[in-house]
Design a protein around this ligand. Structure first.
Ligand code: NAD
Length: 374
């Protein structure tokens, strides 16, 4: 990573990588946040890989960002390439399809690839981007198996690039506040969390209904957020899980993936987090009961605007563009040549996939599943 970041740094400052006499004058790659502001006036060049619905939100966020640029695209649909080229002023040399994607290696105008493809494709395109020497942001869930996550982490490590998860809520003020309230025990020890996310989904042709593409149903797609927020509010790792599939109401639609699922995570402090993710109802909420009060958000996880309160009163934070803010914060770290924070790195995404797999095992077997940690 150090070598590539250094190269990126040198490139950005227009300095030849072989200029060792100059290189020694450069700040250390492991600079602290306070000592480094190298991102000022610069932009991280991002290629979006997969131009579906969420890539559209990301592109809008990046356009409004301070430190990023939509610099390239990867798509299997030529008409999308034409539209995106026009809309985001993307040069032909930075437009790829899934076959010639590896040529991105030669493209000095792309620093990072943002993988926004169906879940089962995250592994392949993360690894190909890493092997092309590009940093990677991969959308949630990181992959469909823990083994895939492990390969993705290894590929990025071997290529000396950094791997980030698209965990936008780590930069969202209401979620940062519930994380603070929980971890700092502002209302005492949290005993019970309820965190659920669901929406009505009825498209039989969507990849989200295909187990091979999605890896599972609403748990993979939405439940990953509930698992995440339970972990970051408590600042603990779950030790075991119990789970139950909900009834299948639409038997035509839900042939391959679950329609809904409910689970309970047990944490070392004794705290329990209970969640439901569903494709048959709309729910978006978080509640924490602590020894000396409560705090809650609803909406809590979607794109906002969020609303929240504690046992002491309303929470009031600005509504931000989550995608733009997330990309800016990642860009600042990379342009500075620093290491990404632990809470958005590949290992974090892999831990969520590991917990999700344990939830599925618990629901299938009806037994409590113990969770081992790396
Ligand atoms: P989408 O269906 O709108 O887009 C998927 C894209 O992949 C399309 O451009 C499609 O053409 C392309 N694609 C390539 N090969 C494909 C294939 N074999 N089958 C289907 N599509 C194929 O999906 P989306 O909502 O943009 O989701 C993409 C990723 O982003 C998923 O991993 C999803 O979990 C994630 N996502 C994250 C958030 C968030 O808030 N962080 C929100 C939505 C989606």
């Amino acid at each position: 990573m150090e070598n590539l970041s250094r190269r990126l740094f040198l490139q950005k400052f227009g300095i030849g990588a072989s200029t060792t006499a100059v290189a020694v004058l450069l700040p250390s790659i492991e600079m602290t946040a306070s000592s480094s502001k190298l991102y000022e006036g610069r932009r991280l060049n991002i290629a979006l890989c997969g131009l579906g619905r969420y890539a559209g939100y990301l592109a809008e966020g990046i356009v409004g960002s301070q430190y990023c640029r939509v610099a390239g695209i990867v798509t299997g649909t030529p008409s999308k390439a034409v539209d995106w080229k026009k809309k985001y002023d993307i040069p032909d040399a930075s437009i790829y399809n899934y076959q010639n994607f590896d040529e991105i290696k030669k493209n000095k105008d792309i620093d990072m690839v943002y993988v926004v493809l169906p879940n089962s494709m995250h592994k392949e395109f993360t690894i190909r981007a890493a092997e092309a020497g590009k940093h990677v942001i991969v959308e949630k869930p990181m992959a469909v198996t823990v083994a895939d996550c492990r390969e993705m982490i290894a590929a990025c490590k071997n290529s000396g690039v950094q791997l980030a998860l698209g965990y936008r809520l780590h930069y969202e003020p209401y979620n940062l506040e519930i994380k603070r309230l929980g971890q700092e025990k502002v209302f005492g020890q949290v005993r019970l969390i309820e965190a659920s996310l669901g929406y009505k989904s009825a498209d039989p042709n969507s990849w989200r209904m295909k187990k091979a593409m999605a890896g599972g149903g609403p748990l993979m797609n939405l439940g990953v957020y509930c698992v995440q927020c339970s972990r970051y509010v408590l600042g603990e790792e779950p030790v075991s899980v119990t789970a139950q599939f909900g009834p299948v109401i639409d038997k035509e639609l839900f042939k391959e993936v679950e329609e809904s699922i409910t689970w309970q995570l047990q944490f070392p402090s004794g705290a329990v987090s209970t969640s439901t993710s569903a494709y048959n109802c709309n729910i978006d909420r978080f509640f924490a009961a602590a020894d000396e009060g409560f705090f809650e958000l609803s909406p809590a996880i979607s794109y906002g605007p969020f609303k929240g309160r504690t046992s002491k009163g309303e929470l009031n934070f600005p509504t931000i563009n989550q995608q733009g803010t997330q990309c800016d914060e990642i860009a600042k770290v990379l342009l500075d040549g620093r290491k990404l924070p632990d809470h958005i790195r590949g290992e974090e995404g892999m831990q969520d996939v590991r917990i999700i797999q344990a939830i599925y095992t618990a629901a299938r077997t009806g037994k409590r599943v113990s969770l081992s940690h790396v």
